[in-house]
Design a protein around this ligand. Sequence first.
Ligand SMILES: [Zn+2]
Length: 259
Amino acid sequence: MTSSHPAYGQLRQVTSSASVLLADNPGKMTLDGTNTWILRAQGSDDVVVVDPGPKDSGHLDAVAATGNVVLVLVTHRHKDHTGGLKKFYKKTGAPIRASSEHFVRDSTPLKDGEVIDVAGLKITVLATPGHTADSLSFVLDDAVLTGDTILGRGTTVLDPKDGTLADYLASLDRLEAVGSGKVTLPGHGAEVADTAEIARFYRTHRLERLDQIRAAVEKIGPNAKPMQVVKRVYSDVDKKLWPAARMSVKAQLTYLREN
Ligand SMILES: [Zn+2]
């Protein structure tokens, strides 16, 4: 059995209580695809599913077949994580919990700091807005599920609709505070050894980019357009990634103007 990422169509055990099924939806924003995490206490048939993923029957069937699904948790609203929710609910009848009421079925919205005690697992909910306003992370004894707040490779794009850099930097601080010695289980990409370490790395990267953007704005002028900034700051990056970079630059320009 393959034990390394990406392992399409295979349930891959990552920690003692977490395994992953990778959806076959690779893309610019999804890397190799969406990770659907299956949490299970040792010896139990009950499982908690984090992010059923896109509306892909094959994938949802495989997720449902991993055990007796007792609860579904959602990290954030993006379609590559939530598109399959309705179908999965029809199939399993398992209650759904998310930050946003919109996705909740047979339960209540998740609250920051809440400890979910289910199927022999203890899962602490940590609000980590920034990628989107509704982004959550889930803290286990030995791991942190970070959704799209921290990825297995590359950096997170802040959604221009409701993501903000101020929130995002604060969320990285929170993840650093709880993440020492805990494996990162991201929404996309492979697991990362230590959540505190990767949170620090992400923050350093963001602040470096922010410095570059500040310098670019000084050159271009106070009304610098996001794409003008991208052309200067991301000149070393593949042009295909510029639209995504533009979104992050937009969020960073807002941050610079407000802070
Ligand atoms: Zn996302």
